[in-house]
Design a binder for this molecule. Sequence first.
Ligand SMILES: Cc1cc2nc3c(=O)[nH]c(=O)nc-3n(C[C@H](O)[C@H](O)[C@H](O)COP(=O)(O)OP(=O)(O)OC[C@H]3O[C@@H](n4cnc5c(N)ncnc54)[C@H](O)[C@@H]3O)c2cc1C
Length: 277
Amino acid sequence: MATRRVEIAGTTYGFDHGAQYFTIRDPEFRHALLPVMGAIGVWADGAGEPSFVGQPGMSSLPKALADGLDIHQGVEITALRRAGSAWHLESGSGPILARHLVMTMPAPQASRLLGLDHPLSPSLDSLGIAPCLTLMAAFPGELPRPFIHLSSETEPLAWIAQDSSKPGRHAGLTRWVAQASPDWSAAHLDELPENLAVRMLPLLAAAIGAEPDTAVYAAAHRWRYARVATPLGEPYLRADDSTLWLGGDWCLGARVEAAWQSGTALAQSLARHLHAA
Ligand SMILES: Cc1cc2nc3c(=O)[nH]c(=O)nc-3n(C[C@H](O)[C@H](O)[C@H](O)COP(=O)(O)OP(=O)(O)OC[C@H]3O[C@@H](n4cnc5c(N)ncnc54)[C@H](O)[C@@H]3O)c2cc1C
C-alpha cells in the first residue's frame, strides 16, 4: 500500500503506485478497520463491489493502523543469524537483538536472508512471484476521461487507472498509474527506471487519448516481487525452533485483504506462544 509523493510545479501530489484499491470481504477485516475509517474512502470506479482506497493516499491506511506503535521505518535488515537463544539482525543503523522474529517481506527476499540451507527456504523459493513495472504520469488540467480504470489481458499495459479520480486526492493535474503485464515487466525488468518511463509513457498516452509530450511528469517504478502466482495456501509459516514466523500476501493471495489475514493469523500464533511461555 504505497503512495509516492512528488512535487510538480511547487505542489505535492500523490500517486498510488502499488496496490490500487482493496476489498473488504472478511467480517473480521471490516471490524479491524472500524477505528480507522477516516483514512478510508470508496473509489467511485463503477465496479460492482466497492473498491476501497486509503485517503489521501493508499499509504494512509497502514499509517493509521500503525499509529502509536514503535516502528522504525527505512531500516533494511541486511543479514540475520541465531545468537544463542536470540536473533541477531544486521541493519544499516546497527545490530538488533530479538527473541522472536517475524518476517513479512516477499518470500524470495525472506529466503535470501534466512539462507538457502534453512529448512523453510525451499517452500519460500517455490512460490513464483511476478514483477510489475509501473508508470506514474501527470497531465495538466482535466483531461477527457475515457475511463476510470481499464484492464487488458493482451496489451503491454495490463492496468491503467486515473489515480486522481480517487477520493480525497489533490486536484489540479490529471494523474494516471499504469501497470505493465507480468510478461512485459519480466522482459524489461532490468532497464533503468528513466528508460522505462520513456518507453511506457507513449503506451499510456495512446490508451487515454493524450499526446505524450503534454505530460508534466512521468516516472517508472520497478516492483520486482509484485504478484504471487500460486500462494502458499496457509496463513503463515513457523519454523520448528518456534521463535521465527513468516507471513505476507504470498501466503494466501496477492491482495491487501489476504496480507491482513496472514498478518493477523501470524500475530495470533505469536500471542499464543508468548502467553504460554
Ligand atoms: C503493483 C502492485 C499492484 C497491486 N494492486 C493491488 C490491488 O489493486 N488490490 C490489492 O488488494 N492488492 C494489490 N496489490 C497487492 C498488495 O499490495 C499486497 O498484497 C500487500 O501490500 C502485501 O502486503 P505485505 O505486508 O504482505 O507485503 P509488502 O507490502 O510487500 O511489505 C513488505 C515490507 O517488507 C519490507 N522489507 C523487505 N525486505 C526488507 C528487509 N531486508 N529489511 C527490512 N524491511 C524489508 C519492504 O520494504 C516492505 O515494506 C498490488 C501489489 C503491487 C506490487
